[in-house]
Design a protein around this ligand. Structure first.
Ligand SMILES: *Cc1c(COP(=O)(O)O)cnc(C)c1O
Length: 455
């Protein structure tokens, strides 16, 4: 948007007069004015005043291949000229959607061979809920309707997404539908008490069994979980957690859905979080890294247990979106996969994560830091009141946002979830980028520390 030449101040005024932003306190935005990002290249953003920021969040956990990829733009340009749009309804489709489905079947865990496309993670999870309900109807077990997920889970912002999710703030704003039930997340730092990590992993997983028994297995359709809970604060489960969850799903004959929206496409050191944790899901949800955020695209991959029934016994499935399998989005996603493969971004990023983990030792020693937890290139720095007793701040979120603001001032984009500082950098991160991140973070932590010591 180079055509309109306005100052930052002017843009901010127009913005607060005409735009309601997602997840934003509108009034305080109007007072402060929004940060306007105008350009990006590699792992750096430039704001409307020309200031550079290191993007340690990959946008919103999505720009896995980094910014400024010309080939992504070229593919979109070519596809728009050849065929900008056609749908996949009523037995039609387009070549890019077929090819992307084939490639996804190749890279996703073994049994997942069918794609159903949409444009956002939330829509994909709506597809999950509708398909799972349809599956149990077709299996003549229509009472199996309740979905179990976790507190602090994030599964999107549509009514279904919010209901699957475990964010109480969202539930309280008219977001919770009946038929959704939430259990404790595998969040050792907060809930682990005297248990070691592995004991706690089993304890948290057993909450699923308890809830199934409470609800009656004949009423439970599926369990859904992110391999690592992202927006909930990068909650990394102990290794004992997922094996036990899978045993329980099997034992009570409920479907296992894995929301790979953040963990997918290389984030945890493998193509999918399911590979990292050896999970065998019946369905996965994909978005974000599927197109590295260059264009909206999402989908689910369905395993044979569900696809066999949907195909052979289902008749017409009355579900779909105008943009399901959008040819431009699918073409761009194919190019995204090509870049991840050709540049070995998954292997390279997990190598760089070792260097990041080493440098994060310095951050761990900071008096404000309770723990640094990470898996390949996703992690959190938990800020606490007392690192020796694992005591968290009572006024949850205040210190986190102070630190986040210092980070921004210092030219570093990290996100605060409660009092956890989250990082999820592009998979093209280099050693220099790691050094920049850690140096800026340490400075911001020092500033935060003296800020709260004074008050
Ligand atoms: C972001 C996210 C979603 C929702 O995706 P949208 O594209 O914002 O609708 C769903 N699940 C997880 C795990 C996410 O991180």
């Amino acid at each position: 948007m180079a055509i309109l030449n306005r100052t930052t101040k002017q843009w901010q005024e127009i913005d607060s007069a005409h735009q309601l932003h997602p997840f934003t306190d509108f009034k305080s935005l109007a007072e402060e004015g929004s940060i306007i990002i105008s350009k990006a290249n590699g792992v750096h953003l430039t704001n409307s005043d020309g200031k550079q920021l290191l993007d340690a969040m990959s946008g919103l956990w999505c720009v896995n291949i980094g910014y400024g990829r010309k080939s992504m733009a070229e593919v979109a340009y070519e596809q728009m000229q050849e065929l900008p749009y056609y749908n996949s309804f009523f037995k039609t489709t387009t070549v890019p959607s077929i090819e992307l489905a084939r490639q996804l079947a190749e890279i996703t865990p073994k049994d997942l061979n069918y794609a159903f496309f949409s444009s956002s993670g939330s829509e994909a999870n709506d597809t999950v809920v509708r398909m799972v309900k349809r599956y149990w109807d077709l299996k003549n077990q229509p009472s199996k309707k309740t979905f179990i997920s976790r507190e602090y889970a994030y599964h999107g912002s549509t009514m279904i997404g919010v209901s699957l999710g475990g964010m109480t703030g969202m539930h309280d704003q008219g977001g919770l539908l009946p038929g959704f039930s939430h259990i404790m997340p595998p969040y050792w730092y907060k809930y682990g008490e005297n248990m070691n990590q592995e004991e706690f992993g089993l304890y948290a997983a057993n909450k699923l069994e308890e809830r199934i028994i409470e609800l009656g297995a004949e009423n439970v359709a599926a369990f859904i979980g992110e391999p690592i809970q992202g927006a909930g604060g990068v909650i990394i489960p102990p290794d004992s957690y997922w094996p036990r969850i899978q045993e329980i799903c099997k034992k009570y004959d409920i479907l296992l859905v894995v929301d790979e929206v953040i963990c997918g496409f290389g984030r945890t050191g493998n193509w999918f979080g399911s590979d990292t944790y050896n999970i065998k899901p019946d369905i996965i949800t994909m978005a974000k890294g599927i197109s590295s955020g260059y264009i909206p695209l999402s989908g689910i991959m369905v395993g044979s247990r569900v696809s066999d029934v949907m195909i052979n016994e289902g008749g017409e499935f009355y579900h779909g979106y105008t943009y399901s399998g959008h040819p431009v989005a699918c073409a761009v996603a194919i190019e995204n996969l090509k870049i991840i493969k050709e540049e070995n971004l998954i292997e390279n990023s997990s190598k760089i994560s070792v260097y990041l983990e080493n440098r994060m030792q310095e951050v761990s020693e900071h008096p404000l830091v309770g723990e640094v937890r990470m898996k390949s290139l996703i992690g959190a720095v938990e800020l606490v009141e007392d690192k020796n007793t694992r005591k968290m701040f009572e006024d949850t979120g205040t210190v986190g946002s102070i630190c986040r603001d210092y980070c921004i001032q210092n030219g570093l984009v990290m996100r605060a979830v409660r009092d956890g500082m989250i990082f999820c950098p592009p998979l093209i991160f280099t050693k220099d980028n790691v050094d920049e991140l850690v140096d800026k973070l340490k400075k911001s932590l020092d500033q935060t520390h003296s800020h709260i010591s004074k008050s």
